[in-house]
Design a protein around this ligand. Structure first.
Ligand code: NAD
Length: 337
């Protein structure tokens, strides 16, 4: 992974001294960077923490001390980042160099139901609005504490209207991060909302530029072709058969090691400013999948992301059995039936 430029190299690349009140990278040179992770008891955090624990001085924040399976996550500081009284957790951000914002309230978790299957889509606004408010709380305390950069877990759902309406119907092959973020659900809307909420902070209008890398995560799980075939009921989000859902998740796959690389580089990339000098970068986060329908162009260019996995190779045996083998019978195309 790319190392942080130091001394003169850092000055040449413009990575230090660009915002007067931010804590400069240089202050962390002799020590590990101090990184605060929100939602640190959650699933995505579990993919990052093995690498993060080696590289950083961590502050792990969550509203619960156990993970989704009830196992204790070592080192968690409990805090409710949805609390509008920011004085309750502002102190945790003192001296922090970068924040990785993963905390997120599910609309279904409170009732223990499967993601997206209990609360009707029309009734999910309030919980998603609370997620936007939580992002604002985190951005604001990060700004006030002099944090240099925030890496935010966004989601492919921020622009999933394109996937649902156009990609699966063969009207569009690739979705790019610069396209208008339109979603057909409140979950995606809230992700797009807090991607855009970051821009005023990054613009410098408040006095200094708080840097942001917004990461639209794909499908950060192992993809199980045979299971897709057993459960061929249409997905609530993208419909389809077992074969088509398998194809979709091959395109969306993000391996654990690529996910760790993505967030590590989001924290460490030396210079994420765009051509206008605004440190606000929107990237997709998937592996180097042959069936990709989200562009990794900005991820590669801005933070130097170099994914190591391709679902086509990783799951070649399942693909042969389910999609391409003599008796597989799948239709043509990288997505859909
Ligand atoms: N898992 C996926 O498939 C996926 C895909 C794309 C994007 N994402 C995004 O990645 C992020 C992390 O997702 P995840 O799968 O790890 O979710 P998760 O539910 O496993 O973890 C979220 C964590 O946030 C914590 N949290 C909730 N409310 C909080 C609050 N008020 N204060 C402090 N902590 C709070 C929860 O306790 C939980 O541990 C989310 O923004 C999610 O939308 C996830």
């Amino acid at each position: 992974m790319s190392a942080l430029p130091r001394g003169r190299a850092a000055r040449r690349s413009g990575t230090i001294g660009q915002s007067a009140n931010a804590i400069p990278w240089e202050s962390f040179m002799s020590d590990k960077r101090k990184v605060l992770v929100t939602g640190a008891s959650g699933y995505v955090a579990s993919l990052l923490l093995p690498e993060f624990r080696k590289r950083y001085d961590l502050v792990l924040v969550d509203s619960r001390k156990v993970d989704g399976k009830g196992a204790e996550v070592p080192g968690i500081v409990e805090a409710d980042l949805g609390n509008p009284d920011r004085t309750k957790y502002q102190h945790l951000f003192a001296g922090v160099n970068a924040v990785v914002h993963l905390a997120y309230r599910h609309s279904s978790r409170s009732s223990g139901a499967t993601w997206g299957q209990d609360v009707p889509p029309l009734d999910r606004f309030d919980v998603e609005f609370a997620n936007v408010q939580m992002a604002q709380n985190v951005y604001r305390v990060a700004y006030d504490a002099g944090v240099r950069r925030v890496a935010v877990a966004s989601s492919n759902h921020a622009a999933d209207w394109y996937e649902h309406a156009l990609v699966h119907t063969r009207k569009k092959d690739m979705v790019f991060p610069h396209e208008l973020p339109v979603s057909d659900n409140f979950y995606g809307w809230s992700k797009a909302a807090y991607e855009l909420l970051a821009f005023p902070y990054a613009s410098g209008i408040f006095g200094r530029k708080l840097e942001f890398v917004l990461i639209r995560i794909g499908n950060p799980y192992e993809t199980n072709g045979p299971k897709h075939m057993q459960d061929a009921s249409p997905s609530p989000e993208h419909g389809g058969t077992g074969q088509s859902n398998f194809k979709r998740n091959l395109g969306a796959h993000l391996s654990a090691r690529d996910c760790a690389q993505l967030f590590t580089k989001a924290v460490e990339a030396a210079d994420i400013r765009n051509e206008h000098g605004v440190p606000w970068a929107l990237i997709y986060g998937i592996s180097a999948n042959s069936r990709a329908f989200w562009s990794l162009e900005s991820a590669r260019r801005v933070i130097g992301y170099a994914p190591e996995d391709d679902s086509e190779i990783k799951y070649a045996a399942d693909i042969a059995a389910i999609l391409t083998g003599p008796n597989a019978g799948a239709g043509p195309g990288k997505t859909g039936a």
